[in-house]
Ligand binder design. Structure first.
Ligand code: ATP
Length: 692
């Protein structure tokens, strides 16, 4: 029976258990700190010892960070088996110092699975699932669910679910982890095998990002070999990564790398371009065209003439082609293969020179020397002297021809390099890309005249758009070889936004094809031309990917989803709307003329801020409209976000400015509006111009 006395007794009981866990955590932290202090103070002589010491310090620093992450809400759950055993579930596994008894099970361990997946329909041997709520280090509340149908006793605290409590909390502008309330459909995906590509499709607010992040943490924990190769989390833009950046550290994982296109390329885009141009540049055809352009800068069916001393030696087209083919067997990338090509050319030349030298000696010795009495060795060695080999035994005559020295001299020879440059020039990826784009624009390869004239760059790396950066990555890979930084597992969020070229960029960094991709094509923006997961993934894995669908909307109230549903019906009639598990205020529409809009929105935002001081307000407008709104709302605390950048974010209250303008703003305007209204957690307001 639930009485205050019973609840207090249960809370006190759990406080005792959790206190022991914190005691152990503190001991471990103290040990790690002491070990690190000792390592830092150790004097080392040899480079080897120094390296070993640095590795140990790095390990201890990581261990300390993990222990620190366990500090907040260290333990959040407990499962009691019908047989009587119980385990506590938390952010970190902990064992008692003396007996090694398990004090706490890491949420990612197999033993924790029933906490997430047991249900009344399938209790998995669990009698009771208990959620613990902590304030700082103190247990302040417990709630229980009885799963095996047994009658609740005085020791059970049946109450409101912790999920609804978590969903109703004020937003903070940073995503929070959901490790205590991960739902069964989400948990199944988080724990699925890491091999191959796992796709998670689901409407707005169904927890795709939550799944993606917990999945990254799970892979790092459960697959140390993959973790060693690195885990990358790829997001659509910096604003989004800032929004999610706290989640993995709060799960004790500091090893995943978060990146946008700009991070992977190491350059920020500093130019914009019309959507149509970005779409054209995002198509896979560009990869083929770029590869063709680079290939044209390699010799195909042409001879190679090289001046050696006073002579010109010419390699036949077949010989040059063979050297080119061999070059690509030995190296990837135009510039690196050029190095191998040059070596093959030099080998051919050395062979030719040696033959020529022998031939000259035989011929000349036979029919000229005796007649004219000239020292013909000098003449034969002429070419070699020109290479700086005079005086050497090798240069003194063919029998002493020293191929190694000739080879070394030719490799250093500027004239030879210049000859190779004419058939196989070294390329700089950025310059190559600019020239490629300019040629394509001149040939009418872009949809409008505006795009045909890319602005003159201020410097080598400036004036590049986001789509250009992706092409640059492709160009670098063609020219300098594939990227060195690759990952054991890549998690892609908002995967529907990626262009074909961006998929190539990601796949290039994931040779193992071990990936988790989450997204929703009904929310796709205007940059990409890809309509579906099958189309996105076919070029890389064919049909070999696993698809999961999430169906429950954890973000928005049913009333807010009712505004979104008719939009979804228009955008993706085949997609079932997600189901909300909360109710709230009905959304409201205001009709306000443009001239009054900034003042009206400002007044409204200030009212909301006064009424709900801890909550987040987002004002979302069509891309061109947000600058004026941002100025009007300065100092109010509201975030003003253009529709283009709002994917993935969420606010307690959302004000959508001029939905009709958003819809007609760009080709994917209806989807932009769908995304905008589904950012709201509790309240939604629509501002539209007066009718007529
Ligand atoms: N199991 C859960 N427990 C607590 N909160 C959750 C859970 N699942 C999702 N949420 C919350 O629901 C909201 C929506 O989740 P999330 O952002 O992951 O959805 P999404 O599917 O990525 O949405 P979108 O497609 O709109 O970007 C977030 O506030 C998230 O913290």
């Amino acid at each position: 029976m639930r009485t205050d006395g019973n609840v207090a007794r249960q809370v006190a009981l759990e406080r005792g258990a959790v206190d022991l866990m914190y005691q152990r955590l503190d001991e471990l932290a103290a040990q790690a700190h002491a070990a690190r202090r000792k390592a830092l103070a150790t004097e080392t002589e040899s480079a080897e010892d120094l390296y070993a010491r640095d590795v140990e310090i790095a390990r201890l620093t990581r261990a300390i960070a993990e222990l620190r992450a366990g500090e907040r809400a260290l333990c959040f759950g407990r499962v009691d088996a019908s047989g009587g055993d119980s385990v506590y579930i938390g952010r970190k596994g902990l064992r008692g110092e003396e007996d090694g008894a398990v004090l706490l099970v890491d949420w990612r361990a197999e033993a924790a699975r029933p906490f997430y997946t047991a249900t009344a329909a399938s209790p998995m041997g669990v009698r009771r699932r208990r959620h613990l709520r902590l304030d700082d280090r103190r247990v302040v509340a417990v709630t229980d669910e009885i799963l095996d149908g047994s009658t609740p006793t005085d020791a059970d605290v049946i109450g409101d679910g912790p999920l609804l409590e978590a969903l109703g909390q004020a937003r903070t502008g940073r995503m929070r982890e959901a490790v205590a309330t991960l739902q069964a459909e989400q948990d199944t995906i988080v724990r699925s095998p890491h091999q191959g590509v796992t796709v998670v499709q689901g409407g707005p607010g169904t927890g795709k990002t939550i799944v993606a992040l917990h999945r990254a943490a799970y892979v790092l924990y459960a697959h140390p070999r993959v973790a060693k190769q690195g885990v990358l989390l790829f997001g659509p833009n910096r604003r989004f990564l800032d929004y999610i950046c706290d989640v993995l550290p709060s799960l004790g994982e500091n090893d995943a790398q978060l990146a946008t296109v700009a991070d992977l390329v190491g350059l920020a885009p500093d130019a914009g371009e019309p959507d149509a141009a970005a779409r054209t540049k995002g198509r896979a055809e560009m990869a083929a065209a770029l590869a063709g352009w680079v290939r044209e800068r390699q010799p195909h069916g042409v001879p190679l003439a090289v001046r050696i001393g006073l002579d010109t030696v010419t390699l036949r087209p077949e010989t040059v082609d063979r050297a080119r083919r061999e070059a690509f067997q030995g190296a990837t990338g135009h510039n690196r293969a050029r190095g191998v090509f040059k070596e093959s050319v030099v080998d051919e030349l050395v062979e030719l020179l040696e033959k020529q030298t022998e031939q000259s000696l035989e011929d000349i010795d036979a029919d000229v020397a005796s007649v004219l009495g000239i020292d013909l060795d000098k003449a034969v060695a002429h070419d070699l002297r020109a290479l700086g080999l005079d005086g050497s035994p090798a240069a003194a005559g063919a029998p002493g021809f020293d191929p190694d020295r000739v080879r070394a001299a030719l490799l250093d020879d500027a004239a030879l390099d210049a000859a190779i440059e004419t058939v196989w020039p070294r390329l700089h990826a950025t310059d190559a890309l600019r020239q490629f784009l300019a040629e394509r624009a001149a040939a009418g390869g872009f949809p409008t005249a505006e795009e045909a004239a890319p602005p003159a760059p201020r410097s080598r790396e400036s004036g590049l758009t986001r789509a250009d950066l992706v092409l640059l990555d492709e160009a670098r890979s063609l020219i300098d070889g594939p990227p060195e930084a690759v990952f054991g597992h890549i998690v892609v969020d908002e995967g529907q936004e990626l262009t074909e070229m961006e998929w190539r960029m990601i796949m290039r960094r994931c040779p193992s094809r071990s990936m988790t991709v989450v997204g929703d094509f009904a929310q796709a923006g205007s940059a990409t031309t890809i309509p579906s997961w099958s189309a996105a993934l076919a070029p890389f894995v064919g049909t070999r990917f696993t698809r999961h669908t999430l169906t429950v909307n954890y973000r928005s109230t049913a009333e807010i989803l009712a505004v979104a549903s008719p939009l979804l019906e228009r955008i993706a009639p085949d997609q079932d709307p997600s189901r909300s598990i909360r109710h709230g205020d009905p959304p409201r529409t205001f009709e306000v003329a443009d001239a009054e809009l900034p003042d009206a929105v400002r007044r409204h935002v200030l009212e909301l801020a006064a009424q709900f001081p801890d909550e987040l307000i987002g004002v979302v407008g069509a891309d061109g409209r947000t600058a004026a709104l941002a100025a009007a709302l300065e100092g109010t605390g509201a975030s003003v976000v253009p529709a283009r950048e709002v994917r993935g974010l969420e606010f307690d209250t959302v004000l959508v400015i001029d939905p009709p303008a958003m819809e007609t703003g760009r080709a994917t305007g209806t989807r932009d509006l769908y995304v905008a209204v589904t950012r709201a957690n509790k309240r939604l307001f629509l501002y539209r111009p007066p009718a007529g």
